[in-house]
Design a protein around this ligand. Structure first.
Ligand code: C2E
Ligand code: MG
Ligand code: MG
Length: 277
């Protein structure tokens, strides 16, 4: 009897496993066709200048409209795309779409802003990354200063020297470089000093409780002063409340981004927000 139960449990377990594997395989093969089927879209979340309250930029965030499942979160499919190498063509699509969109807004007479895009580690490590960014800027006629690249500490892991060389090349191109999710990885302060960066982004996990948690408050204000002493602009993400805004203003954080101002929006909605502004 016990053995039987055990057997059933095992069967059940392995059926669950294979359903999971099947689901994953299906998602993977749908992902492989998503680019040509034009199922991706970029949403744009405003970035606000703390002092003036003006929208000075937007972060482009990818969305996947799966034909049957509806919207699939990037936290689900980006790691998958990274694993199977698809992140490279998807990442190129993101850069091209963001550059084309930003240029189209400028041509439509909207105030010029910078659009930032997230790079993945695998994409960053491609030999032709710098060329492909240069050619996207050139083919859309976008001034490099209006493109910001979001880098993460995970890109430094292999070799700091290679990382710095590449950052230098990107800086020579004139694009803005922002270190994303700051504080969640392994960045060493001695590296930070040597990176040709323009901006540090304080991760939303620190911002979330700045009003109630003394440690998070201390981290946020310390990272802000650290950034400023290294001549970097500092941006906080995940800003949701008036109290967080007040804290960040008081501690002279330069830029803010989060649901308090706006969720990520489809391009058209972002443009009307920018126009009204
Ligand atoms: P991330 O770069 O840290 O982006 C911020 C995430 O926080 C976004 O989630 C955004 O919608 C969300 N967010 C913004 N404001 C708030 C807020 O006030 N509160 C809270 N709780 N969340 C907020 P999303 O769009 O689901 O993206 C998740 C992650 O997927 C991103 O995290 C980024 O790592 C990755 N990702 C998104 N688009 C791309 C892309 O085009 N390329 C690459 N490589 N990764 C991307
Ligand atoms: Mg990011
Ligand atoms: Mg983040």
């Amino acid at each position: 009897r016990a053995k039987e139960e055990h057997g059933n449990a095992f069967q059940f377990y392995s059926r669950e496993m294979s359903e999971h594997a099947l689901e994953r395989a299906e998602l993977e093969s749908a992902l492989r066709r998503a680019l040509e089927r034009k199922e991706f879209e970029l949403f744009y979340q405003p970035k606000v200048d703390t002092r003036s309250g003006r929208i000075i930029g937007a972060e482009a965030l990818i969305r996947w409209h799966h034909p049957e499942r509806g919207m699939v979160s990037p936290t689900r499919f980006i790691p998958m795309a990274e694993e199977i190498g698809l992140i490279v063509p998807i990442g190129e699509w993101v850069i091209n779409t963001a550059c084309a969109q930003n240029k189209a807004w400028q041509d439509a007479g909207l105030p010029p802003i910078s659009v930032s895009v997230n790079l993945s580690a695998r994409q960053f490590n491609q030999d032709d990354l710098v060329d492909s960014i240069a050619s996207a800027l050139e083919s859309w006629g976008l001034d490099a200063k209006h493109l910001q690249l979001k880098l993460t500490e995970s890109m430094v892991m292999n070799s700091a020297e290679l990382f710095i060389t590449k950052l230098q090349e990107l800086e020579d191109l004139g694009v803005q470089l922002s270190l994303d999710d700051f504080g969640t990885g392994y960045s060493s302060l001695s590296y930070l000093k040597r990176f040709p960066l323009h901006q540090l982004k304080i991760d939303q996990s620190f911002v979330r409780d700045i009003v109630t948690d003394a440690d998070d408050a201390a981290i946020t204000s310390t990272v802000t002063s650290l950034g400023h002493s290294l001549n970097l602009k500092v941006i906080a993400e995940g800003v949701e409340t008036e109290e967080q805004v007040a804290f960040l203003r008081e501690h002279q954080c330069d830029e803010m981004q989060g649901y308090f101002f706006s969720k990520p929006l489809p391009a058209r909605d972002f443009a009307s927000l920018l126009r009204k502004h």
